[in-house]
Design a protein around this ligand. Structure first.
Ligand SMILES: [Zn+2]
Length: 300
């Protein structure tokens, strides 16, 4: 009799343990979140790099930064599974793609898909001649045997589904814009988890801002925005008003955040304070600034 009661007690305890473990497991699964990682700035030059880790640990990269940012980027990729499922390249400048070129050249990191919007090389020779050496290096890199089959040029408004995240291409190359030409070719991508949206502007400038407003107005509102052109002389105030973000990600080093070329705060010639004011006026709740190191933003 006593033994039977003892057995019942043991069964009861075992059942409680099983229920507890299962419940904790479910809570953990439900807690899985999407993470946006803003990569740290080195201080001598501005740069831009982001990673997005999806709920099931797929990794999306956006640009990556200068050659000098390469080791940090490699470390972050390795800490997040070591494989890049999608890599979006906004435009062909070395403060965005320097690290990407180094990674293709010197590592065997697996990259499954690369999205980039390219003009013919002759276009860059004509309108971006001062940067032509690096542009040629990017063209050569995209022809590398390791990746060339995985390079795609997206259509405008193309939608790419990545583990529950919708990536919509709102802007591609703008070959008709030949002033501030390289920056104005920036691919614009809106990532949407269904609960949170994140708009990547690259180095979008005045004319491509106007084009976006004209062609994509109803799609631009986003919870999170990457502030264009490192926060200085990039997108227009009108564009930010339409995006109306709660959170701003700034790919911006200290000197640029402070507009300080060495003579003190806001004495430089950059337009960072103007952009900061515009976004303050929109009641942005939080700014993440690249000067503060690698930052992880958890989103629903
Ligand atoms: Zn840039």
């Amino acid at each position: 009799m006593e033994n039977k009661i003892k057995n019942k007690k043991i069964y009861f305890v075992i059942i409680i343990i099983i229920i507890s473990i299962t419940t904790i497991g479910i809570i953990k699964i439900n807690n899985k979140q999407v993470e946006i990682i803003q990569l740290a700035q080195i201080e001598d030059r501005q740069s831009m790099g982001y990673l997005i880790k999806t709920k099931n640990n797929k990794l999306i990269a956006i640009d990556g930064g200068l050659k000098e940012n390469t080791q940090n980027l490699i470390n972050q990729i390795n800490e997040n599974g070591g494989i890049v499922d999608y890599w979006f390249l906004t435009h062909l400048h070395d403060d965005h793609l320097g690290a990407f070129v180094e990674i293709i050249k010197n590592t065997n990191i697996q990259i499954n898909n690369i999205y980039v919007s390219l003009n013919d090389l002759s276009w860059y020779e004509q309108y971006e001649s001062s940067r032509i050496d690096f542009t040629k290096e990017v063209f050569k890199t995209l022809e590398n045997e390791k990746i060339k089959e995985n390079v795609h040029q997206p259509e405008l408004n193309e939608i790419i589904q990545i583990d529950g995240i919708k990536a919509e291409i709102l802007g591609i190359k703008n070959p008709e814009i030949t002033e501030n030409a390289g920056n104005e070719q920036s691919m614009v991508i809106k990532f949407d988890t269904g609960k949170t949206s994140f708009l990547v502007l690259g180095d979008t400038g005045t004319q491509s801002s106007e084009k976006l407003i004209k062609t994509q107005k109803e799609k631009l509102k986003s919870d999170i925005v990457q502030v264009a052109h490192h926060g200085q002389a990039g997108a227009t105030e009108e564009l930010y008003k339409i995006i109306n973000p709660q959170i701003c990600l700034w790919p911006t080093p200290t000197w640029l955040w402070n507009n300080d070329a060495g003579s003190g705060e806001n004495t430089g010639e950059w337009k960072t304070f103007e952009t900061r004011k515009w976004l303050e006026n929109l009641n942005v709740e939080k700014n993440y600034i690249g000067k503060d190191g690698n930052q992880v933003i958890e989103v629903k």
